[in-house]
Design a protein around this ligand. Structure first.
Ligand code: HXC
Length: 542
């Protein structure tokens, strides 16, 4: 069902909360009740006080409330539990803060309802105690009941030390809900300050993690513990900054330079997603003709099979309005994953990137692809796979790092996916990597190849060396003999026509017509249904 997207327009303006207006006791017959309510609301809004708010701003961070205002459509936020008090800091100040360091409620993103919590670092460092956790649990329960996404904004010193084991139990309540909501509603985490210790595991269970450069950090044990235990000096940034998690560990899916841009990106992401697993993703007509052809694509693949090209040229060319929302853009860049639209409908795209490590599949790329495929399948988002893969990365580093386990994840995820699945092979599709990249043999619905595709067991050089080894070694000129055999192999096997003859490729298409063929195929697969045997759950090789 098509949804109308309203423009944002709230990012530079503060929410006009009518409850913020001064009360006029003389006009009210309930003066004695209204005045304390107004006072309490004001107290809750002030959080940890003006000095703490100034400190927050001085660090380049927005406050918890400012973040909610930027995230949601102007004026749409409705708050819960503003007056809920914490258990109190009995060890030190004895003070109880209204709201207990987290702001919770619901509002809209482009007119669609979402639930939100935003930790307030100005109140006891945003630390999580019992009441704080109950507030988060409440919005998560609401979100699951009504089938709406949850966005959690994390800025916290972790379990509130003064609440002892109750604070740990409180985290358990949230972890439980994260897991039960997984695959039911989209869960998005923004890390906008510290997120340390066991507290990292709530965001880690959610679907997407956004981090902000310089101001956000995630680690299981901080620099001081690292120093004590393994005697290594390391800064917060080097241990768990946005750069590290966006580029090295893969923990963060998105890294943005500041809070404002981060929250804008969350809004963009939400617009690609359905509100829950029973809904289709929202439709958005970008007025891009279905049959738009791009003749430049006929020249995208270089004549020399060893030369790289940028797969993103093809990605942008085929998608509606050339708009691509890349996920994990800084990690495992040899595989591209992200969202776009085809004929107005959200699709999840998985593509090898020949310009990074020749597009080879390695451990990180396999895990990245597998997780993305599973998200799309859980939320009814069709998969489009663009293939140019020379194989799995060889060598002890990858083998010992678990390429067998990790590659199996990608294989498992594709086979398990019951959403419409399309594949186009641009160039190389060799061996196991060909099969894993959404081939017909593992259940893809419609598979196309460009005339430049090379679908075979091995690349021409490797294959010639194996099957003609004796002939090459005994020839007068082994180099010339290898080249000759390579050319023979290429002509015989490294093309799409053998696969097309066998029906493993449904059609060999001109590159320029790729967009139209994909959209027509998606239309044909609209009513796809699959039956599965009953089971508790499979055992994906985690
Ligand atoms: C209680 C805390 C707190 C906490 C911070 N504060 N963390 N209070 N419990 N966990 C308070 C501080 O006392 C301070 O109070 C205020 O918040 C701001 O903290 P600062 O230290 O002044 O801020 P900053 O210098 O920015 O340092 C932030 C910080 C640091 C890096 C987060 O506070 C810190 O290291 N906190 C402890 C982190 C930690 O070890 N947490 C437990 C992790 S284990 P005042 O009154 O001075 O303003 C965990 C287990 C989860 O979370 C379990 C899940 C299974």
């Amino acid at each position: 069902m098509a949804r109308e997207m309203k423009s944002n327009g709230n990012s530079d303006t503060a929410i006009q909360d009518d409850r913020n207006e001064p009360l006029h006791p003389e006009e009210s017959p309930f003066e004695e009740n209204l005045t304390p309510l107004a006072r309490m609301r004001e107290e809750a809004r002030t959080g940890g006080g003006s000095q703490k708010i100034e400190q927050q701003h001085a660090r380049g961070k927005l406050t918890a409330r400012e973040r909610i205002e930027l995230l949601l459509d102007a004026g749409s936020f409705e708050e819960f539990d503003m007056l809920k008090g914490g258990r109190g800091d009995h060890l030190t100040t004895g003070k109880r803060y209204l709201g207990d360091g987290v702001i919770t409620g619901h509002g809209a993103i482009d007119g669609r309802e979402i639930f939100v919590f935003s930790q307030d670092f100005t109140v006891i460092g945003g630390s999580l105690g019992e009441a704080h956790s109950e507030k988060i649990s409440k919005v998560m329960d609401h979100a699951v009941r009504v089938g709406a996404p949850v966005v959690g904004i994390n800025d916290s010193g972790g379990a509130r030390i003064q609440e002892g084991v109750d604070a740990l139990a409180a985290y358990g309540q949230i972890f439980n809900r994260n897991v039960m909501a997984s695959g039911v509603i989209p869960q998005i985490s923004c890390i906008m300050g510290p997120c340390a210790g066991g507290a990292v595991y709530s965001p880690a269970i959610t679907d997407f993690i956004f981090m902000v450069e310089d101001s956000s950090h995630m680690f299981v044990t901080g620099p001081s513990v690292v120093k004590t235990v393994i005697h290594q000096d390391i800064s917060f940034e080097e241990l768990g900054g946005a750069g590290v998690h966006g580029g090295k560990s893969g923990v963060a899916h998105f890294v943005l330079p500041n809070d404002i841009l981060c929250l804008r990106e969350v809004r963009r992401l939400i617009n690609y997603l359905p509100s829950n697993n029973l809904q289709e993703p929202p439709l958005l007509d970008l007025k891009d003709p279905i049959d738009r052809r791009d003749p430049a694509l006929d020249y995208l693949v270089p004549a020399n099979p060893n030369h790289p090209y940028d797969m993103k040229v093809l990605v942008h060319s085929i998608l509606d309005g050339a708009e691509f929302f890349e996920v994990h853009g800084h990690w495992a860049r040899n595989l591209i994953v992200g969202f776009g639209r085809l004929g107005g409908k959200t699709i999840g795209l998985i593509a090898n990137q020949p310009s990074v490590l020749a597009g080879v599949l390695d451990n990180n790329a396999s895990v990245k692809g597998a997780r993305f495929v599973r998200f799309c399948d859980a939320f009814n988002i069709p998969l489009i796979c663009l293939v140019d893969v020379p194989g799995f990365m060889p060598g002890p580093e990858q083998e010992h790092g678990g390429i067998i386990r990790h590659g199996a994840k990608l294989l498992y995820a594709f086979i398990e996916a019951s959403v419409p699945r399309l594949t186009v092979v641009m160039r190389k599709a060799y061996g196991g990597a060909y099969i894993v990249m959404n081939s017909k043999h593992i259940g893809a619905d419609i598979n196309y190849a460009w005339p430049t595709a090379e679908i075979a067991v091995l690349g021409p050089r490797g294959a010639a060396e194996v099957i003609y080894r004796k002939e090459i070694e005994s020839s007068a000129d082994p180099t010339a003999s290898l080249l000759e055999k390579e050319a023979l192999y290429r002509k015989t096997f490294a093309n799409p026509f053998l696969a097309a003859q066998r029906g493993y490729i449904d059609d060999v298409i001109f590159p320029r017509e790729t967009r139209g063929r994909l959209i027509r195929s998606l239309q044909a697969l609209e009513g796809k249904k699959t039956a599965r045997l009953e089971r508790k759950h499979g055992n994906i090789p985690l």
